[in-house]
Design a binder for this molecule. Structure first.
Ligand SMILES: *[C@@H]1O[C@H](CO)[C@@H](O)[C@H](O)[C@H]1NC(C)=O
Ligand SMILES: *[C@@H]1O[C@H](CO)[C@@H](O)[C@H](O)[C@H]1NC(C)=O
Ligand SMILES: *[C@@H]1O[C@H](CO)[C@@H](O)[C@H](O)[C@H]1NC(C)=O
Ligand SMILES: *[C@@H]1O[C@H](CO)[C@@H](O)[C@H](O)[C@H]1NC(C)=O
Ligand SMILES: *[C@@H]1O[C@H](CO)[C@@H](O)[C@H](O)[C@H]1NC(C)=O
Ligand SMILES: *[C@@H]1O[C@H](CO)[C@@H](O)[C@H](O)[C@H]1NC(C)=O
Ligand SMILES: *[C@@H]1O[C@H](CO)[C@@H](O)[C@H](O)[C@H]1NC(C)=O
Ligand SMILES: *[C@@H]1O[C@H](CO)[C@@H](O)[C@H](O)[C@H]1NC(C)=O
Ligand SMILES: [Zn+2]
Length: 335
């Protein structure tokens, strides 16, 4: 899977001014050249041979299934879903690759079995591809989604791809509104550092310079962590049960990537309960620099019209015994 190249598709900041189209002609042979385009958008284009750069992009970015959106309780249909089932989220990766690409910081765990997500009203199984963040220059803004009228200082996107797709390109090029599943969390400023984020923040602080600083945190370095840390879940607990208990409510709608070509292939899950994080920890994000040495800030796309899309607000089924009984059944099978 040539994922790395296409992950760069996801990270281009939406509302920055003079821009560049990065033609990832081949993974290791990127050709860089400037073009004049709409000041609101920046495009990473995956088909170098196409001469219709602007049109290709507009087809999606001006579509009717764009993200982010206002998530309002009074516009949502209340539903209950089966619980989420998370696999391999609590496995310690043998390495975690982190990179500041000038638009965001992107994290990819390296582990034999990638974390997966299913249930929670999603169709099928999804595998984690990468994690990245959007933040503001101060705590009054930063999140992409606005939840019941409120902006948050930071938003995390855990990008998953449906395992029914061979690779990320196939998923992006599909017309399937649930080819990708992004699990989004917002954060709120708290007075104390959140310890589950310590290792991550420590690695983040080494990524100030765009492109130059990359970290690969290894299992043997005392500062590797399972993805459960990002979800603020304890490692020792049964992960799916903990998750459903900790985050029983979320919004779901069909939308798009919020960057670059804005492909309308994302089933969004936006968890309503914010993760607490201190101002000091937030400031580490705000110190990260772009290619010209300025702090990356306000790398969020403004809200788009929901149009006639259906917005759902889920209350995960309280009965997470569903998952446990599954495991018991497994054991019975073995015995
Ligand atoms: C984009 O499409 C318009 C008509 O829809 C056409 O006039 C224009 O030449 C196209 N631009 C490019 C770069 O292909
Ligand atoms: C989002 O909600 C705010 C009010 O909270 C409203 O002013 C704004 O127009 C809404 N935007 C969209 C695109 O729905
Ligand atoms: C993605 O998978 C398809 C087959 O489903 C294959 O034709 C294509 O070459 C693959 N693309 C990449 C970039 O690996
Ligand atoms: C860290 O996050 C967890 C889960 O959201 C929360 O229970 C805990 O209180 C936080 N710790 C601090 C110090 O904020
Ligand atoms: C980032 O890398 C540059 C060299 O490429 C180095 O001078 C700088 O100290 C590094 N910053 C951090 C925080 O490690
Ligand atoms: C990890 O921690 C142990 C004990 O705290 C220490 O002996 C070891 O040197 C540390 N390893 C690294 C790579 O920092
Ligand atoms: C870096 O950020 C500054 C301030 O937002 C902006 O003026 C500049 O164009 C950005 N540089 C790049 C390469 O994006
Ligand atoms: C979850 O459980 C609480 C109390 O245990 C109950 O009040 C609530 O209605 C339940 N929610 C759902 C969606 O079942
Ligand atoms: Zn994002």
């Amino acid at each position: 899977m040539n994922l790395a190249r296409f992950q760069s598709l996801l990270v281009c900041v939406v509302h920055v001014f003079p821009f560049i189209v990065l033609f990832g002609f081949m993974w290791n042979l990127p050709v860089l050249f400037p073009v004049r385009i709409d000041e609101l958008k920046c495009y990473y284009v995956e088909h170098p041979r196409s001469s219709h750069v602007e049109n290709i992009s507009r087809v999606f970015c001006d579509g009717h299934y764009q993200s982010p959106v206002n998530l309002s309780r009074n516009k949502a249909k209340i539903r209950s879903s089966s619980p989420f089932k998370l696999n391999n989220y609590d496995t310690c990766p043998f390495a975690i690759h982190m990179e500041n690409n000038g638009h965001t910081v992107m994290l990819k765990p390296r582990q034999p079995k990638m974390p997966t997500l299913e249930g929670g009203g999603l169709k099928g199984e999804y595998s984690l591809v990468q994690v990245h963040w959007h933040w503001g220059s101060d705590s009054s803004r930063g999140s992409e989604h606005i939840i019941d009228g409120r902006s948050y200082p930071l938003e995390m996107h855990l990008v998953h791809m449906a395992t029914r797709y061979e690779n990320f390109t196939d998923a992006l090029q599909s017309t399937d509104h649930s080819a990708l599943a992004v699990l989004a969390f917002v954060y709120e400023a708290s007075s104390k550092d959140n310890e589950s984020y310590e290792c991550f923040i420590c690695s983040l602080s080494q990524l100030v310079d765009c492109g130059k600083n990359k970290t690969e945190t290894r299992e043997d370095s005392n500062c590797s962590f399972p993805m459960t840390n990002l979800l603020n879940l304890r490692e020792f607990a049964e992960i799916s049960t903990e998750f459903n208990k900790a985050y029983p409510e979320f919004y779901r709608y069909e939308g798009s990537l919020t960057t670059d070509t804005c492909n309308e292939v994302v089933s969004w899950t936006v968890v309503t309960k914010p993760i607490p994080i201190s101002e000091n920890q937030l400031n580490i994000f705000r110190k990260l620099q772009n290619e010209s040495g300025s702090p990356i800030s306000d790398n969020f796309r403004p809200v788009q019209n929901l149009g006639d899309r259906i917005l759902r607000r889920y209350s995960a089924n309280n009965d997470s015994r569903w998952i446990l009984s599954c495991k018991r059944a497994d054991r019975r099978d073995i015995a």
